[in-house]
Design a protein around this ligand. Sequence first.
Ligand code: MN
Ligand code: MN
Length: 467
Amino acid sequence: MKKEDKTQAQQLQESLSYKKRNYYERADKAERDAIFAYAEGYKTFLDAAKTEREACDYAEAEARKNGFTPYCLGDALKAGDKKYLINRGKSIMLFRVGTKDPETDGFRIIASHIDAPRIDIKQNPLYEEGGMSLLKTHYYGGIKKYQWTAIPLALHGVAVLRDGTVKKVCVGESADDPVFYINDLLPHLGADQMAKTAGKVIEGEQLNVLVGGLPYPDASVENRIKLNVLNILHEKYGMCEEDFLSAELSAVPAFAARDVGFDRALVGAYGHDDRVCAYPALTALLQNESEHTVIVVLADKEEIGSEGTTGMQCRLFEDLMEEIASALKANVRKVRAASKCLSSDVTAAFDPAFSEVYERANAAFLSCGTCMNKFTGARGKSGSSDASAEFVGEVRRMFEKEGVVWQTAELGKVDAGGGGTVAKFIANLNIDTVDLGVPVISMHAPYELISKADLYSNYKAFLAFMK
Ligand code: MN
Ligand code: MN
């Protein structure tokens, strides 16, 4: 309909009303191609980086390729410097020093996380029973435990041997690797199990990872299947059983990232939460210039509360801000007050199969762009950093100027549940912070789903924020 053919009310409705729109619908051919091309790099990253350690290694390698060099606390800095600081191999902070005055312009910070829900191996895990050798586990993050049985798993991590040697472990990712497995009960004998609530269908101590079935060829000892596994670990990594005590091994889904749907609009993968924000943050920083000083934080331990030395609550982030400020002869308190942060984490995408937990007007819809959550929390916004209207307005104008397709949402219905992100830890430092990230279907499942349009919109949002 041409504008002059519309009634006055139609024109008024158009100019006054707000309506979410699908990014794929709004994108022209060139932009759609860009959306699809960007997702190819993302899938490569997903398959190369299933744990925080691997994501950290990936980020470091990409940073080096793009002229970033290692930074140590206390180093001198000047405008144009491109640096990164790795924290214990599990989190990384990358930054580029801009030309703007840090005391008045502050830093532009994007924080996302690179840990994901998974099945961690216990410290004394290995045993043999029923013709199988298995590893005891303790799950990491908020999972539906029943989803992790009867799927192919890979083992990732490190073992620190008695002499301090660190051995990297990654088995189950190559096509010719074996995979690992958590058993489930056959439905024929599952009458009692199926009557349980979903939280109890599979319990924590039943999440045991199958790692062997072949007895060591010498009948003079007991537990020969376990012994055979130990022997393989010894040959491969120089490990003995005691080395599990100082190991960090995790079972993660062995699936590769794949396009989903006939039209390939979506991507299925393990660990979109929160690599779907970490990857755009990283690429936006590495491949672009800006007058602002920009810091990208890829944090660990978000899924268990951001605690400890590698989580967002660790003082290292404050120390880094302080060091950058002092190297630039700026007062860090003024720098923090002037800084702005996007806490970039995923949100829940509306799912028609579970529409009862969403409130449609304030739900994130797939392919409608990256999603801002002004606040998170649960039971009356509790535990949330609620961004100010002024800051939301400022970010809104940044996006508007650069033509970013984006939306806002709450995680779900007011009393349906809730969640949290790293936002509050940064906001607590007197830094304006708001959550922005990609809507995800089946969050925290072994295979999650996102839209390529939302991934690309997130990247464009970060570019606009850094500009
Ligand atoms: Mn997350
Ligand atoms: Mn999560």
